[in-house]
Ligand binder design. Structure first.
Ligand code: PLP
Length: 395
């Protein structure tokens, strides 16, 4: 009666949703202070001031059609030109408005890029640990996701990746700074990846693309550098979002950028237009296209996340937890004691809502989103200590 795959996707239990429901019940029973919700990657830092001023200015100065009417399917020309000029100035690139496709966040950008590239039987390489939705987007496009395991330092395991390449490989999805582990892939790692992919292209006489999923590009701490992948490997489609950088997750705005120096760039852009059309992802929210253009150079107030990162990493490491030091994004990746599911279940008893990372292709690990109130983090530390004691006694 229904499409079986869609039905199964819609009815599949979501761990994060279950944690959320549990949190609500617990708050009703014991009070909101008894819940420590580290499950969601919803930015806790307020959107920069320029966002509200841009909204006010646009509402006061534009007529109804410009404010609320359709733009071109791929987005307003002026907005796309602003995005292109911004990328060119910042990264010495050569984008034009006709390389940019405005999207409903990175999720839509990924779904469009994958659909545009995928022919039946194509393989897409995912690098663990990774955002679970990649599997959904690849399968929905008729492709096959192939996951390569992570290395000890959470950089890309180049040898494993090399072994995963086949003549059917169409693209590699690269997410840095990474959700869930917070690692930023170094210039050295990305150069090694580029070398392997270039060799592969020569060997099989066909392009292989990188889809660079970058919602966390602006969330890098201290002097951590986030290399710009298109300048390391030309056949790259950038998938950017303002969800995290401008704390606009609910507004659904981002863009795809096809590198003009990539192979078949024009045709790839046309396929992206086609995929957007086929999926109904046309004309991204117009007010926020314009807000994003006005705030293109604004930076998030990441100091608050950094304070949380430093405190939580320090406190949990001191208790004895094995944590991956995050250079970016707003997640702490922690080794579970026992299986991820058991550990997350035990944590719930203390009101600690933490996500088992099995769906991130990292069984045995859990993810703690620290884009939350600093006081909640402080109050949670004794509970993490009790949880540690309980779990290590059990062992
Ligand atoms: N990619 C990664 C790695 C993410 O963590 C997320 C959201 O958390 C997305 C894509 C989707 O982001 P958006 O809100 O822009 O659709």
């Amino acid at each position: 009666m229904f499409n079986k795959e869609m039905y199964s996707l819609g009815s599949k239990r979501s761990v994060i949703r279950e944690l959320f429901e549990y949190g609500k019940q617990r708050a009703a029973q014991y009070g909101a202070d008894s819940v420590f919700d580290f499950s969601l990657g919803n930015p806790s830092v307020a959107a920069p001031d320029c966002v509200n001023s841009a909204i006010k200015e646009l509402v006061e100065t534009l007529d109804s059609a410009a404010l609320h009417g359709y733009t071109s399917a791929q987005g307003d020309f002026g907005v796309r030109r602003t995005v292109a000029e911004f990328l060119n100035e910042k990264y010495s690139a050569r984008y034009s408005a006709d390389n940019i496709y405005m999207t409903c966040g990175a999720a839509a950008g990924l779904a469009i890029a994958i659909r545009a590239l995928c022919e039946k039987g194509d393989e897409f390489i995912l690098i663990a640990p990774h955002f679970p939705e990649y599997n959904v987007f690849v399968k929905a496009a008729g492709g096959t996701p192939i996951t390569v395991p992570f290395s000890d330092d959470f950089q890309i395991d180049i040898e494993s990746l090399k072994n995963a390449l086949t003549p059917r490989t169409k693209a590699v999805i690269v997410n840095s700074p990474n959700n869930p582990c917070g690692v930023i892939y170094t210039q050295k790692t990305l150069a090694a990846l580029a070398e392997v992919l270039s060799e592969f292209e020569k060997k099989f006489f066909k392009p292989i693309y990188i889809i660079a999923d970058e919602p966390y590009r602006e969330l890098a701490y201290g002097d951590a550098d986030v290399p710009f992948i298109p300048s390391i490997y030309a056949d790259t489609v950038l998938c950017y979002s303002f969800s995290k950088s401008l704390s606009l997750a609910g507004e659904r705005i981002g863009y795809l950028a096809v590198n003009p120096d990539s192979q078949n760039a024009r045709d790839l852009y046309l396929a992206i237009m086609g995929a957007g059309r086929a999926m109904g992802y046309v004309c991204a929210p117009v007010l926020f296209q314009r807000v994003a253009a006005k705030c293109i150079a604004a930076r998030p107030k990441i100091e608050e996340y950094k304070v949380n990162r430093d405190f939580l990493y320090g406190a949990l490491s001191e208790i004895g937890y094995e944590c991956v030091y995050p250079d970016g994004a707003f997640y702490l990746f922690v080794k579970a004691i026992g299986s991820s599911a058991e550990f997350s279940e035990k944590a719930k008893k203390y009101g600690l809502l933490i996500v088992p990372a099995d769906d991130f292709a990292a069984p045995g690990w859990i993810r703690i989103a620290y884009c939350v109130d600093a006081d909640m983090i402080r109050r949670s530390v004794p509970l993490f200590a009790q949880l540690y004691n309980e779990c290590t006694q059990d062992k």
